[in-house]
Design a binder for this molecule. Structure first.
Ligand SMILES: [Zn+2]
Length: 470
């Protein structure tokens, strides 16, 4: 930055503070079109986990122009990066996610399902907004850090493969968050709130059965069916559902189930995900799943193999850090949607058969257990370092992520307005923390209490490397 632009920023900063509006807000308002273009660029080229080369490069380009130092390839993931600006403590970090989901291609701003390309990926979780707002907040906070000559470091973690729930876990194992004091992040949603104590822990396993092939008509007695084993196993888990906690979830897809009915299948494979409100409960269910696999193998004279593919715990709550973000969320306020946007939201709700409630118009008061039950690898980050998560409305009330509705809104003013609020809240919160070491200390103290001072232990087996789903 030139001396003149620093002086102008200092002036803008003090003026904005005088009128209750922050310099980070003012900067983000002035540069709004730039962030919307970036979010749209990422939306236009949706990339699946570990393949987000163009999306990550687009974010890094902006950060480098702003003077951030960037390291690529963290945690053995080519599309992971860490961008750093400033020096010393406190070290305040923001997160960016940018992966898309398979099969959620959808025309922008359409209230009805209308894939741009049938079966192609799409930003059905709004990670184009998530990543862009994280970067915008980091840039805005860094400008104010320079203008006010604040001590400390701003980090922006580019975290790939969130949808396959392990991007950040590998980054942590690689030591990426070692020097970080606090982490702030957000997720697109249908509400405006600071989330805590609702996301579920999850473990995923690959279950395989190995049998013996035979001609299904000529000599079936010589075969041992890996499909029989898989069906018996799946039935055992279906029965187990009656005997798990109401908070638990079991879901699956069958990946390989034989080639032709006249060949006894000698190999089958399926993916099962186990979720509950605590990682301990998930571990207990995993033990039962392993018994069911061995039992099915015993009954069918086949062999079972169960491999853990990832594991994510429930986020560790941090009320002290949440308070910083809640205060800024209440100051910035909810996205202000206009009549046309509310009309669009209601048309979408009508199409989906939901109540036509429009869009969230308020900020939820802070409460324990605000948020949704979807899992995220931010759970792992929160167990390694204090973390707070924000939700901002980027889609109509009642609609969910992992749906074409979010893809549609993620390249539409409804999504962009939510993104702008998220960037302002996160940018101002990051500056609050840089300027107030006591607030950082309070977050770290709360973290020690919540984790009972136990060091972070990775759930990843030592030999597991990041890989896209088979
Ligand atoms: Zn997501």
């Amino acid at each position: 930055m030139t001396r003149r632009s620093v002086l102008l920023l200092v002036l803008a900063s003090s003026l904005a503070r005088a009128e209750g509006r922050r310099a980070t807000d003012a900067y983000l308002d002035e540069t709004r079109a730039r962030w919307e273009r970036l979010a749209r660029q990422i939306w236009d080229t949706p990339e699946l986990g570990l393949s987000e080369t163009r999306s990550a490069a687009a974010l890094v380009e902006v950060l480098q122009k702003e003077g951030f130092h960037v390291t690529w390839g963290v945690g053995g993931e080519a599309t992971a990066f860490v961008a750093t600006a400033g020096s010393g403590t406190p070290v305040v970090a923001l997160l960016a996610e940018y992966d898309a989901l398979p099969g959620l291609s959808q025309a922008a701003g359409q209230p009805k399902k209308q894939p741009l390309k049938e079966g192609a990926p799409g930003h059905g979780c709004g990670h184009n907004l998530l990543g862009t707002a994280g970067v915008a907040a980091a840039v805005a906070a860094n400008r104010e850090r320079q203008a006010r000559k604040l001590q400390g470091t701003i980090q922006l973690f580019g975290t790939p493969a969130e949808e396959i729930l392990f991007g950040k876990t590998f980054m942590i194992r690689d030591g990426a968050f070692k020097s970080t004091d606090v982490v702030l992040t957000w997720h697109p949603d249908d509400q405006n709130r600071v989330t805590n104590r609702t996301r579920l822990a999850v473990s995923a396993v690959d279950v395989q059965f190995f049998g013996r092939a035979a001609h299904a008509a000529a000599s079936p007695w010589l075969g041992r069916s890996a499909l029989d084993a898989l069906m018996l196993f799946d039935h055992a888990l279906a029965l187990m559902r009656e005997h798990i906690k109401p908070t638990a979830r079991i879901h699956r897809v069958l990946r390989e189930a034989g080639e032709a009915p006249n060949i006894i299948p000698d190999h089958t494979r399926a993916e099962y995900w186990l979720r509950d409100s605590t990682g301990d409960s998930v571990s207990e269910m995993l033990g039962r799943l392993r018994k069911a696999a061995d039992g099915a193998a015993l009954a069918t004279e086949t062999r079972a193999q169960v491999d853990l593919t990832f594991s994510v715990r429930e986020p560790v709550p941090n009320d002290a850090l949440d308070a910083v973000v809640q205060r800024e969320l209440e100051r910035v306020g909810p996205p202000r949607f206009d009549e046309a946007e509310v009309g669009f939201a209601k048309a979408m709700q009508k199409e989906l058969g939901f109540e036509e409630l429009g869009l969230a118009t308020s900020v939820m008061p802070y409460a324990q257990k605000n948020g949704g039950t979807a899992s995220s690898d931010i759970g792992e980050v929160s167990a390694a370092v204090p973390l707070a998560e924000l939700n901002v409305a980027t889609r109509p009330l009642g609609t969910a992520a992992h749906h074409w509705a979010q893809t549609s809104c993620a390249a539409h003013p409804v999504g962009y307005k939510g993104m702008a609020v998220a960037a302002k809240v996160l940018g101002a919160s990051a500056v609050d923390l840089l300027a107030d070491p006591a607030a950082v200390k309070a977050a770290k103290d709360a973290f020690v209490v919540a984790t009972k001072g136990k060091p972070y232990v990775t759930p990843l087996p030592p030999d597991v490397k990041p890989h896209a789903p088979r």
